[in-house]
Design a protein around this ligand. Structure first.
Ligand code: SAM
Length: 299
């Protein structure tokens, strides 16, 4: 399936800051491990011409079509790969590249994925409980709920959603699953709404549950750990790495690995504190509210 591009918008987050930290220049080879719609990639491509190369990875084959359309509008060379960014070794090998001048990860799901009801990422839209970024991979969120015991589901919600009511929710979800079978996003959200006390929180009670399931379905933290374990090997001296995360679990992993590499004198950290969007950007783009950018330079 190809995405209709009209009406589906993903505004690149912290776009100016990405360029400031990445410092893409003419002739550079830049790896965008989460190319998505190609929003950041397009801005990078404008800076690296002539003779530059943008290597874009995404595990969502359909969204790569959007990236292709976007990047085809620019001058210059790009190569797109359907892969997990943790498979960076194979991708660079296929691209015929040993080392790059810059690396970008803009983590999580794209607004385009959230906005497509049939992808099942959003509790505000009725859709199947899918949540796979890579629809050729096995294991949807529905499969996960069916496979996990109550205790295991509780652990997933606690670990990946930092969900305070994880036990209660896990019990209610597994009961509903046994009695009626949970097949849709709204059905799951309704179960959560029923058991979570309505406090003062401004976020929807199902937010953390959906985050947790999405992280588990896509093995998001595992990919990040694997990638950070080896990406320095593919960065030239002076190359920059920029990572935008959207929740504390991801940010903690990035922060910890950057500090570890800095102690090994492999990275120089460029952001003592994470960079966050300014008020004006937050007003324009709700999705960027929790964004945190960290950057480092290969020593
Ligand atoms: C926030 S969006 C990126 C948006 C992009 N920077 C732009 O400006 O258009 C994140 C993208 O990363 C992809 N993605 C997430 N985890 C991935 C992984 N482990 N490997 C490859 N792609 C991944 C998602 O499918 C999604 O398209």
């Amino acid at each position: 399936m190809e995405y209709p591009t009209i009406g589906l918008v993903h505004i690149p987050v912290l776009a100016e800051e990405v360029l400031n930290y990445l410092q893409p220049q003419s002739g550079h080879i830049i790896l965008d491990g989460t190319v998505g719609n190609g929003g950041h990639a397009m801005k990078i491509m404008e800076k690296i011409q002539p003779r530059g190369l943008l290597i874009g990875i995404d595990k969502d084959r359909e969204i790569l079509q959007v990236a292709k359309q976007t990047l085809s509008k620019t001058e210059g060379t790009f190569k797109l790969y359907h892969a997990d960014y943790s498979e960076v070794d194979e991708v660079l090998h296929q691209a015929g590249v040993d080392k790059v001048n810059g690396v970008l990860l803009d983590l999580g799901a794209s607004s385009v994925q959230f906005d497509q009801a049939e992808r099942g990422f959003s509790f505000t839209k009725e859709g199947p409980l899918d949540m796979r970024m890579d629809r050729s991979a096995s294991g949807t969120a529905q499969d996960l709920i069916r496979r996990l015991s109550e205790r295991e589901l509780e652990t997933v919600l606690k670990k990946y959603g930092e969900e305070r009511w994880s036990r209660r929710i896990a019990r209610a979800v597994q009961r509903e699953e046994r009695e009626a079978g949970i097949t849709s996003t709204r059905q799951l959200a309704a179960v959560v709404e029923r058991v979570v006390p309505r406090g003062k929180s401004k976020i929807h009670p199902a937010t953390r549950v959906f985050q947790a399931l999405r992280i588990a379905v896509n093995k998001e933290l595992e990919s990040l750990e694997v990638f950070l374990g080896k990406i320095h090997n593919y960065m030239m001296t002076g190359a920059r790495i920029v990572i935008i995360s959207f929740h504390s679990l991801e940010d903690r992993i990035v922060k910890k690995k950057f500090i570890e590499r800095a102690n090994q004198e492999v990275f120089k950290i460029l952001t003592k504190k994470p960079v966050t969007p300014c008020d004006a950007e937050m007003e324009k783009n709700v999705r960027c509210r929790s964004a945190k950018l960290r950057a480092a330079e290969r020593s």
